[in-house]
Design a protein around this ligand. Sequence first.
Ligand SMILES: [Zn+2]
Length: 162
Amino acid sequence: MTEKQCEICGAEISGSPQKIVIDRSTMEVCKSCARFGKPEDKWTPVPRKMVPVERAFTVMRPKPRDQFKDLVELVPDFGRKIREAREGLGLTPEQLGARIKEKATLLKKIEREDISPEDDVRKKLERELKIKLTDQASEAQVKSGGSGRGLTLGDIANIKRK
Ligand SMILES: [Zn+2]
């Protein structure tokens, strides 16, 4: 047994003793006494150059609805509009489908608003049924002006009068 005792507190040192320097003399001490001196050999743990791996935040941001940028706004009740226009013409979905070369099942789904018509289907429906399926609200808002309106001819006339 080469059990060593701490030179400071006398406790048995389990494992390798800590060599410390106190007043230029080296002592073998237990771990808890090691704090009383300085490490013997210049055991300055050279901080290895821990180049901080910069967290490459290359998380791809989800593109902000890029895929919708060309999508025109459908009127909210496009299904009803289509059905009413179709019925107004006295056409069955099958007959309408034959006219625009689309499946009747597709038209039924569109009329139930299960799906939105693709652009080309929508255009064919608009042409065939003579309806508008796109939302014109934004355009109408621009035209009507609203509260934040700019100068109107009337305003300009008022200014001139002053
Ligand atoms: Zn000790």
